[in-house]
Write a protein that binds this ligand. Structure first.
Ligand SMILES: Cc1ncc(COP(=O)(O)O)c(C=O)c1O
Length: 401
């Protein structure tokens, strides 16, 4: 797990002296260092899944590191293009590509799409023909294993992401002259921390995917394995081993003779660079438990409520007091506003701040910011030793109508 470096801790402490509201801070120096390690290889082409954190300066850092961009909405596309990134470096994934959205993407010059349904294929063909252009298409495949067989991909859970091999079997690729079916896309797992387990999942998918490509008469040049690489959120959890991931990918490449492997990384790319910094309102004892009430909760950082997995928390101030267990709560009028169980010093008071780590991915933009009309958190970056506010706080009078 990333530890708060002294310069970043000092920068946060300095910000808290003039702030009263929770805020995010992203350590872009640490992010650049991490991305360099990921891109120093020629095994897998890396795309950044913008949904993980669409902040302009985060996107710019990924751009500088050599990532391309996976976007899942017109809003994400706009944000990427606004950073001066060429539309030809954009890939569009996502189950809800309406005709209108497809039109917007083609108008903006995007030419690489992951198709998730037969309709999407037909609508992409219509749009490509109208625009007199050719598109690169990957078909998103959702695999299942029959009952009682080894079932690595989550059993029978049906998702809207892509189609089963049987459903794709209805496709005749020669019916779509403007679409070059370059590959297949598969991604059915999340927050994996063990490289060997992921390698074993990928290995079990190779045969069914190769069989499908043959059946559809697709000249398979690209295999996109999505995201799903994890980061540790709890003490004692391991870091996934990137060299082992690369070795498994190299093996798949050799085995399949595919030209390019792609991954679009979200959490693993940016998760460790972010901090959510949250003022303490009070601590109280209730039915024998220590409760810590914080100014911000799932209105700013929803993930603990939907995954039951807390972000790691520390007290910003140094304290020599003994630690005790606390349950952390935000300000919302729902018991869902719970930021986990944490061991923190017993002398925490209403002048303190709690810093949550691992908040660079699936933080603010995954949250429910308007509930109870609190101020939306500001977002700061730490870069080359300087702190800069990228998005100021938004007070309710500026968003309520
Ligand atoms: C199609 C696709 N690719 C990549 C990602 C990023 O996943 P992760 O953050 O696990 O890397 C997502 C996340 O939802 C996704 O939907």
């Amino acid at each position: 797990m990333s530890t708060l470096s002294t310069p970043v801790k000092n920068a946060i402490t300095s910000l808290t002296q003039s702030q009263h509201e929770p805020f995010y801070l992203y350590d872009l120096d640490a992010l650049s260092g991490h991305l360099k390690l990921l891109t120093e290889q020629s095994v897998v082409k890396l795309w950044y899944a913008v949904k993980a954190n669409p902040l302009s300066s985060v996107i710019q850092t990924l751009d500088k590191a050599g990532f391309n961009f996976d976007v899942a909405s017109s809003g994400e596309l706009q944000q990427v293009l606004a950073q001066g990134i060429d539309a030809k470096r954009v890939l569009n994934t996502g189950p809800a590509k309406s005709k209108h959205q497809i039109e917007t993407f083609l108008t903006q010059g995007v030419n690489t799409f992951v198709a998730e349904s037969l309709n999407q294929v037909a609508w992409l063909q219509d749009a490509a023909q109208r625009h007199n252009t050719a598109l690169r298409i990957l078909l998103r495949v959702q695999l299942r294993w029959p009952d009682n067989e080894k079932n690595p991909l989550g059993g029978d859970s049906l998702t809207p992401f892509g189609l089963g091999a049987q459903e794709w079997g209805a496709l005749t690729v020669s019916d779509y002259p403007n679409l070059d079916f370059v590959g297949l896309h598969i991604f059915q797992w999340g927050n994996m921390l063990e490289a060997e387990k992921l390698a074993s999942l990928w290995q079990q998918m190779v045969d069914p995917l190769m069989t499908l490509a043959q059946q559809l008469k697709i000249d398979l040049r690209v295999l996109d394995l999505g995201g799903g690489l994890g980061i540790p959120y709890a003490d004692g959890q391991p870091h996934i081993d990137w060299p082992t991931i690369l070795r498994s990918l190299e093996h798949i490449k050799a085995q399949t003779n595919i030209d390019e492997l792609w991954m679009e990384l979200g959490r693993y790319a940016v998760g460790e660079c972010g901090y959510y910094v949250n003022p303490v309102v009070e601590q109280k004892q209730n039915y024998g438990s220590n409760q810590l009430i914080l100014a911000g909760g799932i209105n700013h950082i929803l993930r603990p409520a939907v995954t039951s997995q807390a972000f790691p928390a520390t007290l910003l101030r140094e304290s020599t007091s003994a630690t005790i267990p606390y349950t952390l709560h935000g300000p919302l009028c729902t018991a869902l506003d719970h930021l986990g169980e944490h061991s923190l010093p017993c002398d925490i008071n209403e002048y303190d701040w709690v810093v949550f780590g691992q908040c660079g991915a699936y933080g603010f933009t995954e949250s429910m910011p308007y509930f109870l009309c609190h101020t939306l958190p500001s977002e700061y970056i730490y870069q080359s030793g300087q702190v800069r506010c990228i998005r100021p706080p938004l007070t309710p009078e500026n968003y309520l109508r």
